[in-house]
Design a protein around this ligand. Structure first.
Ligand SMILES: Cc1cc2nc3c(=O)[nH]c(=O)nc-3n(C[C@H](O)[C@H](O)[C@H](O)COP(=O)(O)OP(=O)(O)OC[C@H]3O[C@@H](n4cnc5c(N)ncnc54)[C@H](O)[C@@H]3O)c2cc1C
Length: 359
């Protein structure tokens, strides 16, 4: 019997598998496809990412460095309000490469990571879980003391464990233009309902255009308008779901959720790579596979760390729905040099940020 079966080898699953294996646990991880595919993510992250990677990762994965954002109330060509730091704020990275890198670290640590294996059922019993998996050699059942559901926004494990869904699932669309662009600002357009559209320069990897909004808000049509507004031809498109608003519980008797499966995301950007991996570290620290009671400690630890940030993130997101004149006035008043950390909305109240705003 394994200590942990991990379902999904995205950032959250691979991080958990690696750290649990390093702690000496027997870890078996399943990924339904090939690690890193299909892509449905911008890979725009704070520089904290490098605290979760191995040596030389930055050289392999970094595509561009960003110092700030130009916010627009309207679409392409509308007035821009610049928010910036004097140093690098964030990095644009090769997201498929990141997943492969993290899964490699998990394997190096001793986790057994199996691709092309889809988990189809989880049967939770008093003293174990039985996980049914469809792979190239047919269907098999594996037993473990605990199951970690790291299987993304539409988590199968979440359903199997009877855990509640996230509050909301946004629909995100991405498209790529191959012209190189190593400039250091992203553009954010508050023109999508209750969320936003964006343009991210990715260095030699080209330029990414994206838009996310609640489903049913003509996300595809709005994305086409964005791309037409920029006057570019896209050579590749993809889309995915962004879970917002974690449910009240992400743990069961012998199972727990991590990452997008648990909606551990920033409500004002949809970003979840760092929150998912941070929560994976809390899970490894707190969960003892022999003690179902330890799941409560994981639930407390990740919420103590992130729930205030998520709450503030919900407040920030409300600004996307303010009337346009109010948005314009707010952006004009607040634009300029900032001292915020992109993963920590609480840094809006930091001495560093307030000094910059009032100076
Ligand atoms: C359009 C868009 C843009 C985004 N941009 C950013 C960004 O710039 N920065 C950022 O931080 N976040 C961004 N995100 C969010 C980010 O992609 C997620 O938060 C992150 O991928 C969550 O990691 P995860 O490991 O929890 O889940 P995932 O990365 O979704 O990984 C889950 C894995 O589980 C596998 N899986 C699913 N079901 C099964 C099954 N039954 N059996 C076996 N395997 C299974 C999947 O194949 C997948 O590999 C974006 C999301 C979208 C949709």
């Amino acid at each position: 019997m394994y200590d942990f079966v991990v379902v999904g080898a995205g950032p959250a699953g691979s991080r958990f598998a690696r750290r649990a294996a390093e702690e000496g646990y027997d870890v078996l991880a399943f990924e339904q496809g090939e690690v890193g595919e299909p892509l449905a993510c911008s890979g725009h992250v704070s520089t904290d990412i490098w605290g979760f990677t191995g040596e030389n990762a930055r050289d392999e994965l970094l595509q561009n460095e960003i110092v700030g954002a130009r916010f627009h109330v309207g679409g392409p060509g509308s007035d821009a309000h610049r928010f910036y730091k004097r140093e690098v704020v964030s990095n644009v990275i090769d997201r498929e490469g990141l997943d492969r890198h993290l899964a490699g670290l998990a394997r190096d640590a001793g986790a057994d990571v199996r691709e092309h294996h889809t988990v189809t059922a989880v049967d939770q019993r008093h003293d174990r879980v039985a996980v049914t998996v469809r792979g190239p050699d047919g269907t098999e059942t594996f037993e473990a003391k605990m199951v970690a559901g790291c299987d993304g926004p539409r988590s199968r494990v979440r359903t199997e464990l009877d855990l509640a869904e996230p509050g909301e699932l946004l629909h995100g669309v991405l498209g790529f233009d191959s012209d190189a662009d190593a400039t250091d600002y992203v553009d954010v357009h508050l023109s999508a309902p209750r969320f936003f559209a964006w343009r991210i320069p990715r260095g030699d990897a080209g330029v990414e255009y994206g838009l996310a909004a609640p489903p049913g808000d003509d996300v595809g049509g709005r994305f086409d308008d964005l791309v037409d507004g920029y006057g570019v031809d896209l050579h590749r498109r993809c889309s995915g779901a962004i879970p917002i608003g974690p449910p009240e519980s992400v743990t069961s008797h012998r199972g727990f959720l991590l990452g997008d499966a648990a909606a551990q995301t920033k409500p004002f950007t949809g970003g979840g790579i760092l929150y998912g991996m941070t929560s994976a570290d809390h899970a490894v620290r707190e969960i003892d596979p022999d003690s179902p009671a330890s799941l409560a400690a994981y639930e407390r630890a990740w919420r103590d760390d992130l729930s205030q940030e998520i709450r503030l993130g919900h407040w920030l997101r409300r600004a996307y729905s303010l009337p346009e004149p109010v948005q314009r006035a707010g952006l004009s008043a607040l634009s300029g040099e900032i001292g915020v950390h992109m993963d920590r909305p609480s840094s809006l109240f930091s001495r560093e940020h307030l000094r910059k705003v009032f100076s």
